[in-house]
Design a protein around this ligand. Structure first.
Ligand code: WAQ
Ligand code: MG
Ligand code: MG
Ligand code: MG
Length: 261
């Protein structure tokens, strides 16, 4: 069986290459009979995005041989409390500390996202890659960042996962996508942890993820209405950021973690 990578990126004020600002993106991995509906759903996401109407949308559909696809079990999910942005940031720094990342580096990562990580002060299209020990940003293009692709739930597993988590109120496509991405990133050699919150103005929750602690949700990491968000992949011992990014393109399908919560 073949799979298809479906990727979308949308920008306003010109294409990404022309310096337009990033509106929305998506990268999925679906069976052949789901390609058309996935293209439609990603184009709808772009054209109806709360950050505004894009004037550039790029959609790429590309075959992926079945032998190349690896399965991974979803990270276990947990949640920490926070009632304000300051508390949320402190919780993120604390969790990163448990993972051996210094307060200085963790705070630098939080500030980098909060202040607008792209050179124009806005959100990036991809992630910051940060040296976990020095805090140095390693991505070669700080507007684009490093983008993860070819990642999805196994088609038979996603509905079951939604049923599993409906009672805890997290059965959403956004969280399913974030959990899939975080699982892949934290399984990629060289990753120590990931920090994320959305750039979508109406979504203020985020997470810290790691192979050790799983996917740890934090209810508030930015003020309502803020268009600033992003991701930091903390790395240690990678040979080059190009090789690391290539590893993040390896096709992965998620299965449910057996004993969650
Ligand atoms: N690869 C690398 N970076 C990405 C990717 C990707 N495939 N997709 C998004 N990003 C980066 C990019 O800088 C975006 O601006 C930023 O992340 C935010 O993306 O459990 O919705 O899709 O409730 O807006 C977290 C869910 C949701 C927390 C995160 O991010 C929870 C979200 P968004
Ligand atoms: Mg996006
Ligand atoms: Mg997304
Ligand atoms: Mg977004």
């Amino acid at each position: 069986m073949e799979w298809f990578s479906v990727r979308m990126r949308a920008a306003a004020g010109g294409s990404h290459e022309q310096g337009g600002s990033h509106i929305s993106g998506g990268e999925r991995l679906v069976p052949v009979d789901a390609v058309e509906s996935m293209v439609q759903s990603l184009v709808r996401r772009a054209m109806t995005h709360e950050l505004g109407r894009p004037d550039f949308v790029n959609v790429t559909v590309e075959v992926v041989p079945a032998e190349a696809v690896r399965s991974l079990p979803a990270l276990p999910i947990s949640k920490r409390e926070a009632e304000s942005v300051e508390q949320g940031h402190a919780v993120a720094v604390e969790i990163l500390g448990e993972l051996g990342i210094s307060r200085e580096v963790a705070e630098l990562a939080v500030c980098s996202i909060a202040e607008g990580p792209a050179p124009n002060g806005g959100a990036m299209r991809g992630a910051i890659v940060m040296d976990a020990d020095t805090g140095q940003r390693l991505e070669s293009d700080s507007a684009r960042g490093v983008r993860v692709a070819k990642i999805d739930w196994h088609p038979e597993e996603l509905q079951a996962w939604y049923e599993d988590v409906r009672s805890i109120g997290i059965a959403s496509e956004r969280i399913a996508e974030a959990l899939a991405l975080a699982t892949k990133v934290t399984h990629t050699p060289g990753t120590v942890a990931e920090l994320c919150w959305s750039d979508d103005p109406g979504y203020v929750s985020g997470y810290v993820a790691s192979a050790e602690l799983g996917y740890v949700r934090i209810p508030i990491l930015k003020e309502w209405g803020s268009p600033l968000g992003g991701r930091v992949f903390f790395v240690r011992g990678i040979s080059s950021v190009e090789d690391y990014e290539e590893a993040l393109q390896a096709p992965v399908l998620l299965r449910r973690e057996e004993n969650k919560r």
